[in-house]
Design a protein around this ligand. Structure first.
Ligand SMILES: [Mn+2]
Length: 310
């Protein structure tokens, strides 16, 4: 669909139920809340599905828009959701419209507005909001949450001139970028910082320092008092070490059960490394699951990565 066809669809319907994906991030929440706000501003009834995982992060942004019990949806919109398998816990229903930026989108909805070259879904929603009611400070704040979180505060490789232009427009419209940057990117829970301290002291070095392997055990989580919300993006931590080509984060998810995340600078192929263990992903970031303890997992990964350097 085009933006104009999507606008037409939104203007013709009412009773909007907006769905965020499982393990909701800033993009899905900021996008959903901004769309909901804009639809309300043009006189529509619009609510967000009460995703049971809102509490983990950014939930405060969704709060004012959550549907009350007994709300009967007239039109369902999924935002930032590539596939039905990402529907939030407890949601039952079909998607009338999907607004997304994932190249992997499976076209599960009756209508799809897809811009796979966009860094965030927020930038697509921004175009809709501008056409529906114009940007104001409230919408700008919500869209800034979406755009900034999917780009790691404009740090990731997906950040383009267009992304920065969108962010600038949001700032001109009143987005509190300084306040939000501090809140979203420069503030951590005590449990998170205590866990990071343990992670940084758990590094194991291989291949003359080109490989670093880090572990997070259940005992470490307990010691730090860390919950699910405190362990987001931990896979990126070991790769911050200077001189590292390949970094691995091994998380103990149960007894004899590990979740592995591999990041590379492009010299070694993370997808190839993880494929050997039944996983996969991209050349610079991939994952797999191993049925063994963290120590054995580290040795298996180190041996597999060594072959990549040969
Ligand atoms: Mn996204």
């Amino acid at each position: 669909m085009t933006v104009d066809e999507t606008l037409d669809l939104l203007r013709r319907h009412d009773g909007f139920h907006i769905i965020t994906h499982i393990r909701p991030d800033g993009d899905t929440i900021g996008s959903a809340a901004a769309l909901c706000y804009a639809l309300r501003r043009i006189g529509k009834t619009a609510y967000l599905y009460d995703n049971p995982q809102f509490g983990d992060s950014y939930g405060w942004a969704a709060e004012p828009y959550i549907a009350p019990a007994g709300f009967t949806p007239g039109f369902t919109v999924c935002v930032d959701m590539a596939d039905v398998s990402l529907m939030p816990e407890g949601f039952k229903g079909d998607a009338d419209l999907c607004i997304d930026h994932h190249p992997s989108n499976s076209f599960y909805a009756k209508n799809t507005l897809l811009f796979p070259e966009k860094a965030s879904c927020g930038e697509i929603i921004m175009a809709l909001v501008k056409a529906l009611c114009g940007l104001d400070a409230t919408a700008a704040d919500l869209l800034y949450i979406a755009v900034s979180t999917d780009t790691g505060c404009f740090v990731y490789g997906n950040t383009t001139g267009e992304t920065l232009q969108a962010a600038a427009e949001l700032c001109f419209a009143g987005a509190r970028n300084g306040y939000l940057n501090k809140l979203l990117f420069r503030t951590s829970s005590e449990a998170r910082l205590k866990l990071e301290a343990q992670i940084f002291s758990s590094f194991r070095y291989y291949h003359e320092g080109r490989t670093v392997i880090s572990v997070v055990t259940r005992a470490m989580l307990e010691k730090a008092g860390a919950a699910e919300k405190d362990i987001q993006d931990i896979a990126a931590l070991p790769g911050r070490l200077a001189g590292v080509f390949t970094s691995v984060m091994i998380r103990e998810t149960g007894k004899g059960h590990c979740k592995v995340s591999v990041r590379t600078n492009g010299v070694a192929d993370a997808n190839k490394i993880c494929a050997q263990f039944g996983g996969g992903g991209h050349k610079m970031a991939a994952g797999c699951v191993l049925e063994c303890g963290v120590g054995a997992a580290a040795e298996l990964l180190a041996a597999s990565i060594a072959r990549e350097y040969q």
